[in-house]
Design a protein around this ligand. Structure first.
Ligand code: BMA
Length: 379
């Protein structure tokens, strides 16, 4: 069709306007009422993609391991990574498991009061905080998060009394989240990562215990309740699978772009050194796929949990991790907790991978707290 020039210009201007508007909409975090600082965090995670990957460590500020391998707890401004590098991790992970049971400490004995204090402190320094949740089974709170009863989710969704009981657990989460306020009264933005590793079946929300539709509905209920009923507006929501075989597999239980801010996955390296090459290849493949999905949906991407127990490979950081993450668009990768002498994932003073970890940091591709503070993620 032949259009006069003026209408072509008009059509172009209009399409441009629609496209710009659309890109603004899809680039925003999913909670339209998110606080200023939460919006800033989301925007800055997108803006800094490809400019360095932040390093995260679960429970890093609450406990760790001494040079002789014994445990320390309740340190003052201490973390194993700081002891060896002079800097805290950029991202601190915490777990909310047992908050739903009104316990004073989480399932790994971190007191919630301490978690709150350290979260607020880390935010004040410009770091990032993320919360996972290993709740017990809502239908029988005496059963742990690893309880394998089928159809817990179906039962919660189909029985209004059970839904209400589940919401009581969310009320407790909301109280905790809403208590994360800095001395000026500003709510501390945090990344909430519920119902993780759901491509596996070891948790009651796992793939073997609910259908994709039930998982999505349950996720939607959780996010909507926190936002709309409890007015929690300082969360970015992270979706994190365990290992996956393809884009379709990754997205099979994806609750949709309106309910997810960050895309992630968890992956552990087991059976080293025999599996070194295959782990590196799988890790690389999953990061590539994640980057593609994140680009298509305009969302930041993360490796929400990873590690090799006891870091048994002395050059794990520069040989296995760095080649995959260094030129990626990941916002961060987080290694699991330094819980016990036989269960740790970050180097501590004298640990065999300490030097290699520092070498990785020295490349400038992986960021600790000092570099992260400069990014001014909340402005
Ligand atoms: C697992 C282990 C457990 C811990 C759980 C939840 O990977 O570290 O010891 O209780 O995570 O943090």
């Amino acid at each position: 069709m032949n259009l006069p020039n003026t209408s072509i210009t008009g059509v172009r201007t209009f399409s441009c306007f629609v496209l710009c508007l659309l890109s603004l909409v899809v680039k925003a975090q999913t909670d339209p009422q998110a606080t200023k600082e939460t919006k800033a965090l989301y925007r800055n995670l997108i803006k800094n993609q490809g400019k360095g990957v932040m390093f995260g460590h679960q429970d890093a500020l609450a406990y760790g391991l001494n040079e002789d391998g014994s445990r320390w707890t309740g340190g003052s401004d201490k973390s194993d990574v700081k002891t060896i590098s002079g800097q805290h991790p950029a991202v601190i992970g915490w777990d909310l498991g047992h908050l739903e049971l009104d316990k004073p400490a989480n399932l790994d004995n971190v007191p919630f009061k301490e978690m709150r204090r350290l979260t607020i402190e880390h935010y004040a320094k410009g770091g990032v905080i993320t919360f996972s949740w290993h709740p017990n089974n809502p239908l029988d709170p005496s059963k742990t998060t690893w309880d394998k009863v089928d159809f817990t989710i179906r039962n919660i969704l189909n029985d209004p009394a059970k839904t209400d009981n589940y919401k009581k657990w969310l009320d407790k989460l909301a109280v905790f989240f809403n208590s994360l306020k800095d001395p000026h009264g500003t709510a501390v933005p945090v990344i909430f990562r519920p119902y993780h590793e759901h491509t596996g079946s070891w948790f009651w929300w796992g793939a073997g215990h609910c259908t994709p539709a039930e998982y999505k509905k349950f996720w939607e209920l959780t996010v909507n309740y926190l936002r709309k009923e409890k007015q929690v507006h300082h969360l970015l929501i992270a979706y994190s699978t365990d290992s996956f075989t393809s884009k379709e597999h990754y997205l099979e239980r994806y609750p949709g772009n309106h309910f997810v801010d960050l895309l992630g996955f968890d992956l552990y390296h087991r059976n080293a050194p025999a599996s070194n090459a295959s782990f590196k290849a799988d890790f690389g493949r999953m990061v590539k796929t994640l980057e593609e999905i994140a680009a298509e949906n305009n969302k930041p991407c993360i490796v929400s949990e990873m590690g090799i127990e006891k870091v048994t490979e002395a050059d794990w950081w520069t040989n296995i991790v760095l080649p995959v993450v260094k030129d990626s668009r990941l916002s961060y990768f987080l290694v699991w907790r330094n819980g016990r002498p036989d269960h740790y994932y970050a180097p501590y003073k004298g640990q065999k991978s300490e030097k290699d970890f520092l070498k990785m940091i020295g490349t400038g591709k992986v960021l600790l707290l000092d570099k992260t503070t400069k990014l001014k993620l909340y402005k």
